[in-house]
Design a protein around this ligand. Structure first.
Ligand SMILES: Nc1ncnc2c1ncn2[C@@H]1O[C@H](COP(=O)(O)OP(=O)(O)OP(=O)(O)O)[C@@H](O)[C@H]1O
Length: 315
């Protein structure tokens, strides 16, 4: 196994931190650590990057334990949320800095390699621009180029897209995925954004209060969540209690039909173009229902409807 985290623990006090974190990562995988604020994502990344020392546990990279090595001795590079670029340097100097520092290349060679990575991230022509004059997306690309140019075995990314506006965020995440595929770099990406996690990851690690609660592919965590927590954190979900059992039902797995004696009443309707979102209720449940297709917007508030559940998730 390329990377293994074994019982990795770092607690700041009794509760907060990361507890018994176990994870195996294959070379070239895109792993996302997903969870709400304070669940331990950054702590995990800092343990991997060497910015924090674990209380216990191992980080095995190619079989060797690196848990106690300082950051500069690890073949791991981090792209921070703030990008952490040098404001007094231009683009090529920023990228070349890491190459000289980590790869111990001479200035000329470092500049040559830096140029290659600036091209890779689509910033050709900006070599001599001051980073302070670049847009958020361009600064993000410089940070990526600087990290990738050090030739790390693993690239850590701590919410790198969170400072970008919504449309740039979507474009950058596509670019990031494409870069990762092309360069086959192992990436460990931290986010609290479920849609980012679902579209980028080979594997998603869902965390809650310092613990891993589920690890799986995007499809697995979406279609087969193992807990109510995962189901509600990833995508929308309905909880239905029947015969003493609790089920989770995705809004797109409920079909509705009009009926004079319908069990539910349509309470709310929002037309979203590709689909329509309804809220329906009876005396026990309020359910979210998403319908797609042309007839999906035919129901009106106040309509009585019956439901058919096409798929239910057993917890
Ligand atoms: N240096 C520290 N000293 C004390 N407590 C800390 C320290 N760093 C983090 N914590 C606590 O540990 C818990 C996990 O923090 P962490 O930053 O890893 O969470 P996170 O999931 O990355 O959150 P966010 O999405 O807000 O960045 C939090 O409760 C936090 O307050």
């Amino acid at each position: 196994m390329f990377l293994q985290l074994k019982n990795l623990t770092k607690l700041f006090d009794k509760e907060n931190g990361v507890k018994n974190f176990n994870l195996s990562v294959e070379e070239g995988e895109f792993i996302t650590i997903l969870g709400p604020s304070g669940c331990g994502k950054t702590t995990t990344l800092n343990l991997l990057g060497g910015f924090l020392k674990p209380d216990s546990g191992e980080i095995l990279l190619d079989g060797g334990n690196i848990a106690n090595l300082p950051p500069e001795k690890r073949p791991i590079s981090t792209v921070f949320q703030s990008y952490a670029l040098f404001p007094h340097m231009n683009v090529i100097e920023n990228v070349a800095y890491g190459i000289r520092f980590y790869r111990k290349e001479k200035k000329r060679k470092a500049m040559e390699i830096a140029k290659e990575y600036i091209d890779i991230v689509g910033l050709a022509g900006y070599e001599n621009s001051r980073v302070g004059n670049l847009s958020g997306g361009q600064q993000q690309r410089v940070a990526l180029a600087r990290s990738m140019a050090t030739n790390p075995k693993i690239l850590l990314l701590d919410e790198p897209l969170s400072n970008l506006d919504a449309s740039l965020r979507v474009r950058m995440r596509e670019e990031l995925k494409e870069l990762q595929r092309r360069l086959k770099i192992t990436m460990i990406f931290v986010t609290h954004d479920q849609s980012e996690a679902l579209c980028l990851s080979d594997k998603i690690v869902v965390m809650d209060k310092g613990n891993i609660v589920q690890v799986g592919t995007s499809r697995e965590v979406y279609f087969y969540p193992t807990s109510e927590y995962v189901a509600s954190f990833i995508g929308k979900s309905n909880l239905l209690n029947e015969d003493g059992k609790t089920y989770i039902i995705r809004p797109e797995d409920i079909k509705i039909t009009k009926g004079i004696n319908g069990e539910y009443i349509v309470k709310d309707k929002v037309f979203m173009g590709q689909h329509t979102e309804y809220k329906i209720a009876n005396d026990r449940h309020i359910l979210d229902v998403n319908l797609s297709g042309k007839e999906s917007s035919d129901f009106q508030t106040g309509d009585l409807v019956d439901i058919e559940i096409e798929h239910r998730i057993n917890i």
